[in-house]
Design a protein around this ligand. Structure first.
Ligand code: AMP
Ligand code: ZN
Ligand code: FE
Ligand code: FE
Length: 307
């Protein structure tokens, strides 16, 4: 098991330098981020980050170009993707690392999931129209451009058409998980998602475990134990939304359950989470030590060797 510095070492208010650090969670314009994969790699190189992972929502399309740019600039780029998983009353996010970028079946399945998104997104558009906010699916597509179409794009259309003052208001009033115009995506459940990732020899890691919304750390641990039985290998303990108690608590849980610890900023750019920048959380008070790579490499080996 990798040893980690105490949370205060990477969660202090002013983490100045990112040299030798990593950032294993970020989005490009191929999902709902503002920047190209190449730009993210260039910025990472400039910051001195040792390794990054591009983890777009439900697509691996940006990964090869990111890896190519990483080779040129000396930044290790780990293949990643953030998969939405259906949970009663909402969704959670599962990161998958180290899939083979040439594994076309992996991307093909993700594309099938994206097609199911369309059915769901059309239902949301219809409901918003019925609630007196007429928008069309074509407007949403236009907003998304090349990206995997999601609620952030619907929120942007609602804002642009003046139905809400901000994208956040669009979520809070209309399209958040508990709001009136929300519909669940027909996608993988937890067991299915974990099986899918493990079948493709990739490393499944729970993204931002605080948003599993189980309640406290005890309940979260109980649920993680179940996920581990289904093939989970890691936890993203180091994350901007985790305070010191959650970070330390999740690291302890990972050690108890034999899971590896990862971390990332979840940088999107643009107007999404403006307090987060590459490698840094709010106020710069966040960074992910490169020691997490040792654990992740060990998990990669375990994932490949498993039947
Ligand atoms: P989708 O995958 O289409 O269901 O959209 C999920 C994305 O919407 C998440 O990755 C967040 O970026 C955003 N999102 C979900 N819930 C909220 C919320 N309550 N407030 C703001 N953004 C949200
Ligand atoms: Zn996102
Ligand atoms: Fe996420
Ligand atoms: Fe994310």
């Amino acid at each position: 098991m990798t040893t980690f510095p105490p949370p205060s070492d990477f969660n202090g208010p002013h983490a100045a330098s990112l040299a030798g650090c990593v950032d294993l969670h970020m989005h490009s314009c191929l999902s709902d981020g503002a920047n190209t994969p190449e730009y993210l790699v260039e910025w990472a190189a400039d910051l001195g980050l040792k390794a990054i992972s591009l983890t777009d929502h439900d697509t691996t399309r940006g990964i090869k170009q990111a890896i190519r740019r990483g080779h040129e600039l000396g930044v290790e780029v780990i293949p990643g993707v953030e998969i939405s998983v259906k949970l009663s009353g909402g969704t959670f996010h599962l990161l998958a690392y180290f899939y083979n970028p040439d594994d076309t079946a992996f991307e093909a399945t993700l594309r099938e999931l994206a097609a199911k998104r369309e059915t769901r997104n059309r239902k949301i558009v219809q409901a918003l129209t019925e609630h007196g906010m007429p928008i069309t699916y074509e407007e949403v597509l236009q907003e998304a451009g090349e990206a995997v179409v999601g609620r952030p794009h619907i929120a942007a259309v609602l804002e642009r058409k003046g139905y809400v003052a901000s994208r956040q208001e669009a979520f809070d009033k209309w399209i958040a998980d508990d709001a009136p115009c929300y519909f669940e995506k027909d996608t993988f459940g937890p067991e299915q998602a974990l099986r899918f990732v493990r079948e493709h020899k990739a490393v499944p890691v729970i993204a931002h475990p605080i948003w599993l919304n189980r309640g406290g750390l005890d309940k979260t641990e109980e649920y993680l134990k179940q996920l581990k039985a289904w093939g989970l290998l890691g936890l993203e303990a180091i994350y901007p939304d985790h305070d010191e108690v959650w970070t330390a608590g999740l690291i302890e849980i990972a050690q108890r359950l034999g899971l590896v610890v990862t971390g990332g900023s979840d940088y999107h750019g643009g107007r999404t989470k403006p307090q987060v920048t590459l490698g840094h959380g709010e106020g710069g008070g966040f960074k992910v030590p490169a020691t997490v790579l040792d654990g992740l490499q060990a998990a990669r080996k375990a994932a490949r060797e498993a039947a």
